[in-house]
Design a protein around this ligand. Sequence first.
Ligand code: NAD
Length: 466
Amino acid sequence: MTATIQKTFDAAAIVGEVRQGFDAGVTRSLQWRDAQLDAMATMLEDNADKFAAALNTDLGKASTESWLTEIGFTLSDIAHTRSHLAKWAKPRKASVPVTFQPGKAKVVPEPKGVVLVIAPWNYPVQLLLSPMVAAIAAGNAIVAKPSELAPATSAMLSELCAKYLDTSVIRVVEGAVEESTALLEQPFDHIFFTGGTRVGKIVMRAAAEHLTPVTLELGGKSPAIVAADANVEIAGRRLAWGKFVNAGQTCIAPDYLLVERGMKEPLLKAIKKSLGEFYGSDPKKSADYGRLVSDDHFDRIQGLLTGAGSGSVAIGGTTDRTSRFVEPTVLIDSDPESAVMSEEIFGPLLPVLETDSIDDAIRFVRERPKPLALYVFSEDDDTVEKVLAETSSGGVSVNGTLLHIGPPELPFGGIGPSGMGAYHGKTGFETFSHLKSVYQKSTRLDLKVLYPPYTTLKERILKLVQ
Ligand code: NAD
């Protein structure tokens, strides 16, 4: 497949063509934007089963999970965007201080231009289409590249977007590193990248060449703090779900737990009980439990599981390379300096560390790079407030996992090494818009006080009114 793509792939031509469409004004009108969003929704509705099958082929995803986290998620995003678009796109009146009177001011959201969207493989539908929803809403032309590591979904996205969307300004092109690299050499007006920190740096370096603004949606180790007073049944269930959905291949999955002393045993019991309820006594036989995306990824996870200092297995631990299966696994007594506690796990391993206090847990988090997500489980509002006030992360769910990604008016993005910029809802619209300031002065009056020659009187007047 790659050979065919390489032969026919001409990044400059693709970008040139959509730029022509953008320059011709194809994307400008709200009617066009709304029609494209509508067409994308129809594409998802008409082909929901096909997408679910592709996601099952690539990641062993259950169809309910695909609906919840990919197709249904994107459809809600489209519906929310369509119902708010007219309001978001309207020029916003700005107040004008006395020194600038008579005159008026407004902020006009305008499309940035031609944007590049690069997506990862773990939620290959949502993470390609959701940025595209925001980019279309803001009136941009788009070149979008799905991940080659979810090939069935990538092929479907490329084929169906060409069928349903306006290809004069929206192109979904398949490819791997070579194609990405060729695209990144082109001048874009914004680059929206979702993926790992290593490639994020490559993207930012390439963008610097053209001074292209970037949004980087990256990853990292997202901690979950479980206080001694947490509702242990609920915490166990919600942590087990958030960690093991998509076989742990979720950027905001709880990467490791920091559990107040005394809470570890009851929590492990609650996690084990929930895993039994979710996936039965043999998760390998469960249609609801996913598989790792590739052999390389399996080998990396296996290496983390058996690596020096990874600790001992408290729950799970079995693996099968032929089917890329790794059982939902909980580790205890992991060395904080070990590989499993240093690199982003991005798979179904969950180290559980004990801490003496919430202060210790906070210190542990603060000593490490700022995470994409942070979770805190406690029944005490003061404890929750303390954790919120004393830690920094892209987002937080309290007494829950993953769910802060859902409400469309919550910006979604990281901080520091977990990313820069954000999207979803109005934030996504603004990410892909330039907020242009417009000040319009009346010609009825032209006060000379601003103009040279400057005098003491003019200075006095200016100091008085400013
Ligand atoms: P990745 O960084 O390997 O790849 C992402 C995309 O970049 C793919 O489309 C790939 O083809 C392209 N790419 C790979 N190497 C490249 C190169 N040298 N030059 C240019 N482009 C290149 O990430 P992945 O393995 O697909 O996804 C896993 C990572 O993504 C994890 O770190 C995870 O936390 C992160 N992630 C973040 C979010 C988020 O919303 N913040 C969501 C999902 C995944």
